[in-house]
Design a protein around this ligand. Structure first.
Ligand SMILES: CC(C)(COP(=O)(O)OP(=O)(O)OC[C@H]1O[C@@H](n2cnc3c(N)ncnc32)[C@H](O)[C@@H]1OP(=O)(O)O)[C@@H](O)C(=O)NCCC(=O)NCCS
Length: 152
């Protein structure tokens, strides 16, 4: 298994990006300035995009594992990769997600705790209703995992 950075032509992974964030115009807001990684294990299994949000916060803007490869530890592997890679450089890893039964348990199992909420984010920012796990997403929930002391 290998996780590698993608610097060019990030949109070739658009199908995966749309799995993590279903509106392309929203992806366009962070893809270029974001750092993208793909997880390869005999083929591409997943991707994630992180951005520097200032104040020592690294944010996961997009994370997705192909449907047939979900539940096999690849999502957790990407989180642990980010924690190892950015520990010492950032104070915390942050992720915003809908209040969905499909993603909240994932972040909680991966050691994140709830750290805030933006009310009506999905209803205000997206041009169509977003449904996930039978729930219509409204608020954005922030999850946070501390990365320890910064060395810089
Ligand atoms: C969310 C997602 C990235 C998780 O990746 P994954 O490879 O399936 O997750 P993992 O197999 O690494 O799971 C890690 C842990 O989270 C738990 N978990 C993951 N999804 C869960 C769910 N829906 N309910 C309960 N637990 C869940 C797993 O049980 C596992 O726990 P364990 O290690 O103790 O067994 C993946 O399901 C996905 O791509 N979903 C669609 C896109 C998406 O919603 N992205 C997030 C946008 S914020």
């Amino acid at each position: 298994m290998e996780i590698r950075e993608i610097r060019e032509h990030k949109k070739r992974f658009l199908a995966l990006l749309l799995l993590g964030d279903e509106q392309e115009s929203m992806i366009d807001r962070y893809l270029e300035r974001g750092t993208m990684y793909v997880l390869d294990d005999g083929g591409i299994r997943g991707e994630c995009v992180v951005t520097d949000e200032g104040n020592g916060v690294l944010e996961i803007k997009n994370i997705a594992v192909k449907p047939e490869s979900q539940g096999k530890g690849y999502g957790r592997a990407m989180i642990e990769f980010l924690v190892q890679k950015y520990r010492g450089r950032y104070a915390a890893l942050q992720a915003g997600t809908g209040d969905s039964p499909l993603t909240v348990p994932f972040y909680e199992t991966c050691g994140f705790v709830r750290a805030g909420r933006i009310r009506n984010y999905f209803t205000d920012q997206y041009d169509h209703p977003i449904w996930e796990g039978g729930v219509r997403l409204t608020d954005l929930i922030y999850f946070r995992r501390e990365l320890g002391e910064r060395e810089i």
